[in-house]
Write a protein that binds this ligand. Structure first.
Ligand code: SF4
Length: 248
């Protein structure tokens, strides 16, 4: 299990984002998420960890970010992520405003990137506020069938692949999608899942689909990386005329 121990981390070198400074909107000692993915590097989502207790305040996050940007303004991206689902922070919009002000002052070329499972973006007014304050949003899509979705996302709130699909179709090229593929006792690499993901993405037509496999130790120790499936899915999406970035 890996948890960030600070509100700001990095910059970390990302093949696609360049030097990315991470902003952890979640508590430093515990994961808070509305999914419970078996491949999560932060471990399992524990009962009650969908609540926001212990999250750093907007002011605290801004102070930590300003200190990091003062020290090293050579960043290509400021990425909102961390120990769970960043959109669960109750001050998300205020934080994005503050990130924007600090970005403009210290690193005007840096993109604001948000990694999310997308659930809170199903609220259209909130989605519009977030879209107006970010240059890049990346939403997870890790299954092509409802049955696999419930096994690999294990949402802790009412949510389904059908609702995620509707969200991706609504947001279209305003967002990017991330697909994490893996094998083992729980897997999302069956033909039905790969074909299902292709069909969803053909309809949604995101700006870009990123495909990767597990890298750090997953919550479920039996899972393993699936680089061949990554290559296969990337080929299927390119054949469908979609923009793809594959880490395998
Ligand atoms: S959405 Fe991200 S943080 Fe949440 S359980 Fe899945 S991998 Fe972990």
């Amino acid at each position: 299990m890996f948890l960030w121990s600070t509100a700001v981390y990095g910059p970390v070198r990302s093949r696609r984002l360049g030097r990315s400074l991470g902003l952890n909107l979640l508590p430093v000692a515990r994961k808070v998420c509305s999914y419970d993915c078996p491949y999560c590097e932060c471990g399992w989502t524990r009962a009650g960890s969908g609540s926001g207790g212990g999250m750093p305040g907007a002011q605290e996050l801004a102070a930590a970010l300003e200190e990091a940007l003062r020290r090293d303004p050579q960043v290509d991206a400021i990425t909102l992520a961390g120990n769970g689902e960043p959109t669960l922070h109750p001050q998300l919009v205020e934080i994005l405003d503050r990130v924007g002000q600090l970005r403009d002052r210290y690193a005007p070329a840096a993109k604001r990137v948000l990694l999310t499972n997308g659930i809170r973006l199903a609220d259209p007014p909130l989605a519009e506020q977030v879209l107006a304050r970010t240059e890049q949003i990346e939403i997870k899509l890790d299954a092509g069938t409802e049955q696999t979705f419930q096994q690999v996302a294990r949402p802790t709130v009412p949510w389904s692949l059908a609702r995620l699909t509707a969200l991706l179709e609504r947001l279209g090229s305003r967002v990017c999608v991330q697909c994490c593929l893996f094998g083992g006792p729980i897997s999302n690499t069956s033909e039905a899942d790969l074909l299902g993901m292709v069909e969803i993405l053909k309809r949604a037509r995101p700006r870009l689909t990123e495909i990767y496999s597990i890298d750090r130790a997953p919550a479920h120790s039996g899972l393993r990386a699936a680089p061949e499936a990554c290559v296969q899915l990337a080929g299927m999406l390119r054949e469908a005329g979609l923009e793809v970035f594959s880490y395998s």
